[in-house]
Write a protein that binds this ligand. Structure first.
Ligand code: PD2
Ligand code: ZN
Length: 302
């Protein structure tokens, strides 16, 4: 495959290819692909058959992926799961070591498919981390979480940190970071909630939880009127705690070590445990921990 260096042309090419693939998926092709999968033929074998029949490799791969994903989604919905929706996604198709975010090259340190987790290095400079902490510190209060029972906010014993929210675009620094994140994750700035800064002291933690709003809770309908569901989370580490304070994903036994300037991203295409995005902030054992979190919604968060 051609190597591509610019992220804008990268996403344009991907979008065109996906469009071509969607157009090419006739009902007959769709039926044939599903039959191949049901007969136990692995994706590379099916792809080779399509190439032998004259298909362009990229378009065939996209058609295969789209068809199988749509089919899996239909099966999931038939079983009562909420429907899958588009999610933020960094441009990692060509396995780049870095993503050009306009004003900064961000390193890709780890990428996991299921659950979708990507760890980034060098997202924020040390000066940006220090400035976020300094701007947030005078405004900290005991953290509240969204109360899905009522749609309001509440103090939560599972989250023993202090926190505050910046308004979206509140300062030039926040604007710069939000624009960088939008490029990194291919997701509109307008769909992001305001940046939240959290401070954990020794012993403080954030017990495992999901970031989406539980559709079974009575307050969720009110919460999602503003921007829809949450579909992605970016946790940015503003300092390096001495011991403890990792971000854990208990379903897959993964722990991300907090390092100043780095970040962990994860997405969830339906508000359901099948996304395996249960995650928590492990207790800080020594030192303190500062993070900034950007949650992304389906639509504009006004
Ligand atoms: O502090 C963390 O690592 C953490 C863990 C779980 C942050 C969040 N969730 C969050 O901000 O949603
Ligand atoms: Zn969380």
């Amino acid at each position: 495959m051609a190597s591509r260096s610019d992220t804008h042309s990268d996403s344009t090419v991907t979008a065109q290819r996906t469009h071509t693939a969607r157009q090419a998926i006739t009902p007959e092709l769709r039926r044939w692909i599903i039959e191949q999968a049901q007969a136990g033929h692995a994706a590379p074998v099916v792809l080779q058959s399509m190439r032998d029949a004259g298909w362009d490799e990229d378009v065939a791969a996209d058609a295969l992926e789209i068809t199988l994903q749509d089919h899996l989604n239909e099966l999931a919905v038939q079983q009562g799961l909420p429907s899958a929706v588009p999610v933020p996604e960094p441009p990692l198709d060509a396995s780049p070591s870095q993503v050009d975010c306009g004003d900064r090259m961000v390193n890709v340190l780890l990428a996991m498919a299921q659950p979708r987790i990507v760890v980034f290095g060098n997202l924020l400079s040390p000066e940006e981390c220090d400035a976020l902490i300094a701007d947030a510190e005078p405004r900290l209060a005991r953290s509240l979480t969204v109360a899905t029972k009522t749609g309001g906010e509440e103090v939560n014993d599972d989250r023993t940190s202090d926190g505050m929210f910046f308004q979206r675009g509140e300062t030039p620094l926040i604007q710069r970071i939000e624009a960088r994140i939008a490029r990194l994750l291919n997701w509109p700035i307008e769909n992001g909630e305001g940046l939240q800064v959290l401070h954990y002291r020794p012993g403080a933690e954030y017990k495992p939880h999901y970031d989406y709003f539980d559709p079974a809770e009575p307050g969720t309908a009110t919460i999602v009127k503003r921007g829809g569901q949450r579909v992605g989370t970016l946790v940015m580490y503003l300092n390096t705690p001495e011991k403890g304070g990792g971000t854990t994903f208990p379903d897959v036994h993964v722990e991300v070590g907090p390092q100043r300037g780095n970040a962990v991203f994860f997405s969830y295409d339906r508000p359901h445990t099948s996304t395996r995005t249960l995650h928590g902030g492990a207790p800080v054992i020594a030192g303190e921990k500062w993070i900034a979190t950007k949650w992304m919604r389906e639509r504009e968060f006004k």
